[in-house]
Design a protein around this ligand. Structure first.
Ligand code: ZN
Length: 338
């Protein structure tokens, strides 16, 4: 079967692969749509740490079950599913405490092992999340939304609290839409005026702030009714932005880093202490988050349609990937394997 492999940084090639053989605990699935993620882009540019080449990318997957044994979830051939791509060791302490998203030997398909840029793959049955009412395109976006949604869950955001979400890439957008679907007051910051306009006009965010405005803190206070927000969620991966979060969260507040930075973060301890801040990392998502996000997309509380700015076919990747990811209006590219 025709498969697209990232051979070395900067070079995709088409290879011919045998069809996969499934174990009884796995389903054989057809990959219909694949979301292109920041991770894929970093891998292409050779900037993804601890990344091994060659690798078949693709971890945001909308799939159809072709073959599966009888199973507890009642999944059957023909079902449409989103894939939870985080393969965890079920016996690890983290997994046993429910944190299947961050176990010590976590293996993400399409990142640490080969993923879905090919027509057929096998997936452990319990890593499939079904929704026969969503399109394959919507199912391919579930994983990205889950990353943002998990950040919101980590933040323990309560009704009536204000949250500042910094960064409006796909992860930030997932966090924004999930927080809005919970009825929270969301303030969004970014340095891109174009992205902020998108958030106001399309996502219907009431409060958007230019992150590099010299009056930023005052504007933030006024958007929150005079005080700083209880929660700051950073989805930028930018050192300045992440360090500034310590000065933007209210006293007693929480900071969640969904974005990832290669290096150290420094903060002023007296400020951290004085505010009694809680700092949290947020990595991947849990099966429960997949279920919640699927329901929110099914009900229309989260609309993924406006995110998709680019579409390309699987076999066009070697030729078109680089130009596509370089486009300035890129939010989300979707690969069609049909
Ligand atoms: Zn991703």
């Amino acid at each position: 079967m025709k498969t697209i492999q990232l051979e070395t940084p900067g070079t995709f090639r088409e290879i011919d692969e045998p069809e996969p053989k499934r174990l009884s605990s796995e389903a054989l699935v057809r990959v219909h749509r694949i979301g292109v993620c920041g991770t894929d882009i970093h891998a292409f540019h050779g900037r993804q740490p601890f990344f091994e080449y060659p690798r078949i990318l693709g971890h945001e997957l909308g799939v159809e079950i072709l073959e599966v044994d009888q199973n507890e979830q009642n999944l059957q051939a023909g079902d449409r599913c989103s894939v939870e791509p985080y393969m965890n060791d079920v016996d690890s302490p983290a997994s046993r405490s429910g944190k299947t998203n961050c176990c010590e030997s976590l293996n993400v398909i399409g990142v640490h092992s080969d993923g879905g840029m090919r027509p057929l793959i096998t997936v452990p049955v319990h890593k499939l999340h079904k929704s026969n009412s969503l399109s394959f395109e919507q199912l391919a976006l579930i994983e990205t939304i889950c990353i943002g949604a998990h950040g919101i869950e980590r933040s323990m955001l309560k009704e009536g609290e204000n949250i500042l979400i910094v960064g409006t890439g796909p992860i930030g957008l997932g966090a924004i839409q999930f927080a809005m679907s919970l009825g929270s007051r969301v303030i969004v910051a970014d340095i891109s005026e174009e992205r902020l306009t998108f958030c106001r006009d399309v996502i219907k965010v009431k409060h958007t702030l230019k992150a590099d405005d010299s009056e930023f803190e005052n504007q933030l206070r006024s958007a929150c009714g005079g005080n700083l927000p209880q929660v700051v969620l950073d989805a930028t991966g930018n050192r300045f932005s992440m360090q500034r979060a310590f000065t933007l969260a209210a006293h007693g507040g929480r900071i969640v880093f969904v974005g990832l930075l290669m290096g150290d973060i420094a903060f002023d301890d007296p400020n951290f202490h004085k505010r009694e801040l809680t700092l949290m990392a947020s990595r991947n998502a849990t099966p429960d988050t997949f279920k919640k996000v699927i329901s929110a997309v099914e009900s229309g509380a989260i609309d993924t349609e406006p995110w998709i700015t680019h579409r390309l076919k699987l076999l066009e990747i070697p030729e078109k990937f680089e130009a596509t990811i370089a486009e300035s209006n890129l939010i989300k590219a979707i690969i069609d394997t049909d």
